[in-house]
Ligand binder design. Structure first.
Ligand SMILES: Cc1cc2nc3c(=O)[nH]c(=O)nc-3n(C[C@H](O)[C@H](O)[C@H](O)COP(=O)(O)OP(=O)(O)OC[C@H]3O[C@@H](n4cnc5c(N)ncnc54)[C@H](O)[C@@H]3O)c2cc1C
Length: 544
């Protein structure tokens, strides 16, 4: 019924992009009776959370590959479990092959991790419970603001409302004791390296924890602000277990296909293979979108699921924006140092440190090839000056060990998440693009894994490589930025994407942002989509 109303009179809302946040936003709006249409450029919805075949008989999550941050409220409200979503936990979090025949396992319970860490440092093992408690305490502060619309600084001197909102939020901070307040400030401002060096002395455990600080973040673990990226990766949970990461059976596409099913059940019209060319603005108000085909889809409001730079630099004509806003958007930092690869494997990796190709718990964990924070820092500096890390940081996840729907029996698929590659390759290799370096750098990433598991390279049957350029071309991720913009203090909360437009309302009436470029940022959370829907519904009630 909603769809019919939309076709004849224009929709109540049209979404640009069918990433997971767009699906979530649409589902909440449709639940309140709005007629909603999603326009997705690719042939499949889900954006960076999709499962696709990359070689006959082998499929895997194409971009994002592991679940933790997905909001439990979204899982419940969109009935994702009823639509078939199953998330399985990893037996333990991480396996780090270390130089020589050594390794470190992290996870599987505190006592087990302590035993593992004690092999390298008894002091570090003793400090683990206090470290986890500290991190969880600060993560609680973050959890407390995830669902909040950030106070939005407005024009004018007497912005009492914003001041009161800040005061209300600061109450959460005031309930913490002084040490906890110091921890909050440290984790929001310092480098992960500084914090980890203060807590621990052995390299392996610092590398295991520090990995989260460089994921999708083109920085050294010693860059100020990198501790926040680490924190951003620990606020989640799997099946109610905090801080855990898990696997969605069928890959990340299982999440977004379940979301799409709920959207369909609520009457949302989803059009794939439909690229939006321009947001139509009439008398200062967004009234719909023009498609690449020339068709215009009219709507009372336009909701963008895309990166804010893509929205304002390519889809909104400049005359609708003031010069200061345009300059701020141009300065909005986008660019992850990541290369993503899927490989089809004839057999599991046979690690020097833990031999054997029969499926074992370490094969089902996040395998981190990076031995220390110093190694990670070198990886960053190499990429800055040379274009890519000579000794890269690679996380290997082999979902087929826990999910038999992805590869033929006995065979496997692995996700390789590789850091760092310079998203602005022309800045260090003038005249070249990532198309010129894709294969050589992919070989290097495979060689890095082969150095710790010498059967790896020869077991690769096929591979699909996504450089930052591919991520931008295929998914609209500007600069290959996996979070739709760096997660840095100047691009978070009331300043995401730009101070004055942090409440999901963009500077054109009727235009909203519901993707990861809005608070609370990237990751498969569904929270920007959910928060945006709440604000849009508020405006619908106020007839704005
Ligand atoms: C390589 C990689 C690995 C990652 N790993 C993880 C992980 O393991 N776990 C995790 O939680 N997060 C991970 N992330 C981050 C997470 O996937 C993203 O932050 C999140 O999926 C973004 O969701 P979104 O809905 O905000 O936007 P997107 O998923 O980017 O969706 C935007 C949609 O808009 C569409 N679009 C673009 N332009 C147009 C247009 N002109 N017209 C119509 N449609 C358009 C795009 O095709 C896309 O479908 C990863 C991301 C990447 C890229």
């Amino acid at each position: 019924m909603n769809a019919e109303r939309g076709r004849t009179r224009g929709y109540d809302a049209v979404l640009v992009g069918g990433g997971h946040n767009g699906l979530v936003c649409a589902a909440y709006l449709a639940a309140r009776g709005l007629s909603v249409c999603i326009l997705e450029r690719r042939d499949v919805v889900g954006g960076a959370a999709v499962t696709e075949a990359f070689h006959p008989g082998y499929r895997n999550s194409t971009a994002s590959y592991t679940v933790s941050l997905l909001d439990p409220g979204v899982i419940r409200d969109l009935r994702l479990a009823e639509h078939g979503l199953r998330i399985v936990e990893r037996p333990f979090a991480n396996f780090l092959p270390l130089p020589g025949p050594d390794y470190l396992k992290v996870g599987g319970g505190l006592a087990v991790t302590q035993q593992q860490v004690a092999r390298f440092s008894a002091r570090d093992a003793e400090r683990l419970p206090a470290y986890f408690a500290m991190l969880d305490g600060v993560a609680d502060v973050l959890r407390g603001v995830l669902h909040v619309t950030p106070p939005n600084v407005r024009q004018g001197r007497r912005d009492l409302g914003t001041f009161l909102e800040f005061m209300r939020l600061s109450r959460r901070f005031r309930t913490l004791d002084l040490a906890a307040r110091r921890d909050v400030v440290d984790l929001f401002t310092k480098s992960a390296g500084e914090i980890l060096d203060r807590w621990f002395e052995s390299d392996g455990i610092k590398a295991a924890f520090g990995f989260d600080a460089v994921v999708g973040n083109f920085q050294s673990p010693y860059s100020p602000g990198s501790a926040y990226v680490l924190l951003h990766h620990v606020f989640g949970e799997v099946n109610g277990r905090r801080g855990q990461w898990g696997h969605a059976r069928g890959g990340m596409g299982a999440i977004t296909q379940a979301m799409a099913r709920e959207c369909a059940a609520r009457g949302v019209v989803i059009r794939t293979g439909t690229a939006v060319d321009q947001v139509v603005v009439k008398r200062g108000r967004a009234t719909g979108v023009a498609l690449a085909s020339g068709e215009v889809v009219s709507a009372k409001r336009v909701i963008a699921n895309v990166n804010p730079r893509l929205l304002f630099e390519r889809l909104v004509a400049p005359e609708h924006l003031d010069a200061d806003f345009r300059a701020r958007i141009a300065a909005y930092r986008c660019g992850s140092g990541t290369l993503r690869m899927n490989v089809a494997l004839a057999e599991l990796p046979d690690f020097i440190a833990l031999p054997g190709t029969a499926p074992a718990p370490h094969h089902a964990s996040g395998i981190i090839v990076a031995r220390s924070l110093a190694y990670m820092e070198r990886a960053y500096f190499d990429a800055r000056t040379h274009g890519w890390s000579k000794a890269p940081i690679v996380e290997v996840l082999i979902p087929s060990v826990v999910d038999d729907t992805l590869a033929p029996p006995g065979h496997h698929v692995a996700s390789l998440f590789c850091q760092h590659v310079n998203p602005d390759i022309a800045s260090v290799r003038p005249g070249s693009t990532w198309d010129d370096h894709r294969d050589a750098v992919a070989d290097l990433m495979i060689a890095a894994v082969d150095a710790v598991a010498p059967n790896f390279a020869r077991s690769v049957i096929a591979r699909k490589v996504l450089t930052p350029l591919d991520l931008e071309r295929d998914f609209g991720l500007v600069g290959g930025d996996i979070f739709h913009g760096a997660l840095a203090l100047d691009q978070l909360f009331s300043t995401r994407p730009v101070l004055g437009n942090a409440d999901y309302r963009m500077p054109i009436r009727g235009l909203y942002l519901c993707g990861s470029g809005a608070h609370p940022g990237g990751g498969v959370t569904g929270i920007p989509g959910r928060n945006a829907a709440r604000e849009i519904l508020r405006d619908v009630r106020r007839r704005r």
